[in-house]
Design a protein around this ligand. Structure first.
Ligand SMILES: [Zn+2]
Length: 432
């Protein structure tokens, strides 16, 4: 059953809470000065309170509107968690900088690691959802199934929280794969669909330094906006201290976004503030197309990256035994030492089969990294998709884990032997 009422996100509570954005008050603000013991922290400069019913879709990668940020203001978002080993380090880094962010959690991950969701709440971050199973088919899925993905994801995160009031009515599509009827449903529930203003490609097979470079470069090109990152990725753990340090050095300020409630009305804004400045020809992602119907890889589901304490740098695989410490060293500009190449023994067991995520197409979000060049058009063909399908050995390794998405999937790969680390590496490389 769909049960939209069952999993409604307090829609009535924020409906009509603000008598008009111009009559509401500004939320409490904070600054780096409020970060005890961390005088050099970037901090959180202010809290922006938004009413999802006033602005149901945000993020200029896909929508006309985005958050009403001032120049040099940034909103950090993290998708696909919680995954304790990496997500906890992201939380530590954010805490050390007194930064508040927004996390889009996967329902199945919340079921497996409910304490990870509660840590987000306890740390004061905003918590949104990212479907139950992370299907890479929200743009073409029957609406009833899409609604169930959304509703189940919300229910799972709520159950993990044990608190109906801690979940924000914020939602992001897996792979940013959008569909009008899905967005209409979300809007009808008072849920705000978040896209992003720029990416850092941290789900791809790139080094932490590349993640850092892309985050800063793309932010500089836009001047403000929503950055999409992944707290489950070790390369993101390694890059985040440098990103935050550089943001502060360049005069950027972090904004925390929370939903309006009866006790906290929306921050007053003008309509034009929700429009990002006109795209520039030099801004790569300003030409980002509306997400087309991607051709996906042969397998619809793969396991969640539960063993992601590894990393790649400059095309070579490395391990990160002490990723946070090393991340701090990276933040100081010290090159990281190379360690044992793949394969190696992982200290963590493979998580159970409940951690199942779908396989994003390799062609998603290909961005041409040429200055003054527009984004490379995304026009995957079946031929291209065939080129990106994981090797048989890899798909065999992950195919034993079955997703709830499998019922409708005619491309679901059969059960096979336990996952191989190369297979897991493939998943991490492409997860968004
Ligand atoms: Zn995702």
């Amino acid at each position: 059953m769909i049960g939209s009422v069952r999993v409604g996100v307090r829609t009535r509570q924020w409906a009509g809470l603000c008598l008009g954005v111009f009559t509401c008050i500004t939320a409490h603000t904070a600054s780096a000065a409020d970060c005890p013991g961390h005088p050099d922290a970037i901090g959180t400069s202010r809290t922006l309170v938004v009413d999802p019913r006033e602005h149901p879709r945000i993020g200029t990668m896909q929508y006309p509107e985005t958050l009403p940020l001032e120049d040099h203001e940034v909103v950090l978002t993290f998708d696909d968690g919680p995954l304790p080993h990496n997500s906890n380090q992201i939380l530590d880094i954010l805490a050390s900088e007194c930064v508040k962010a927004t996390f889009f959690e996967i329902g199945r991950m919340a079921q497996v690691y409910p304490e990870g969701v509660r840590k987000l709440r306890d740390a004061g971050h905003s918590i949104g959802t990212h479907t139950q199973n992370h299907p890479l088919s929200m743009d073409r899925m029957p609406i009833d199934r899409a609604r169930q993905e959304i509703d189940d994801g919300i229910a799972s995160v709520k159950a993990a929280l044990g608190d109906d009031t801690a979940l924000a009515p914020f939602y992001r599509n897996p792979g940013l794969l959008r569909a009008g009827d899905v967005e209409d449903y979300l809007a009808s529930q008072g849920i705000q669909t978040w896209s992003a203003d720029f990416l850092a490609d941290d789900w791809r097979h790139v080094s932490p330094s590349r993640v850092f470079d892309l985050a800063i470069k793309r932010l500089e090109e836009k001047g403000r906006g929503i950055l999409l990152l992944h707290d489950i990725q070790m390369r993101t753990v390694a890059a985040l201290p440098s990103i935050l340090h550089e943001l502060k050095a360049r005069g950027y300020r972090i904004v925390h976004v929370v939903p309006a409630t009866s006790g906290q009305p929306a921050t007053p804004t003008e309509p034009q503030q929700w429009q990002l400045h006109p795209p520039s020809e030099t801004v790569a992602i300003s030409h980002w197309p509306k997400i087309p119907n991607f051709v996906f890889t042969g397998a619809d589901t793969l396991p969640a990256p539960a063993l992601s304490d590894f990393d790649w740098r400059d095309g070579q695989l490395m391990t990160l035994v002490e990723p946070l410490d090393r991340a701090r060293r990276l933040a100081r500009g010290v090159p990281l030492p190379r360690e044992a190449p793949w394969p190696r023994q992982s200290p963590l067991p493979l998580d159970n089969a409940a951690s199942v995520l779908p396989v994003p197409a390799e062609s998603i979000f290909e961005i041409q990294e040429k200055r003054h060049a527009a984004t490379r058009p995304i026009a995957p063909s079946s031929h291209h998709a065939e080129q990106t399908v994981p090797s048989e050995r890899e798909t065999d390794g992950v195919a034993r884990l079955i997703s709830a998405d499998a019922r409708d999937s005619r491309r679901m790969i059969p059960r096979s032997p336990p996952i191989t680390e190369p297979g897991l590496r493939h998943v991490l490389r492409h997860l968004i």
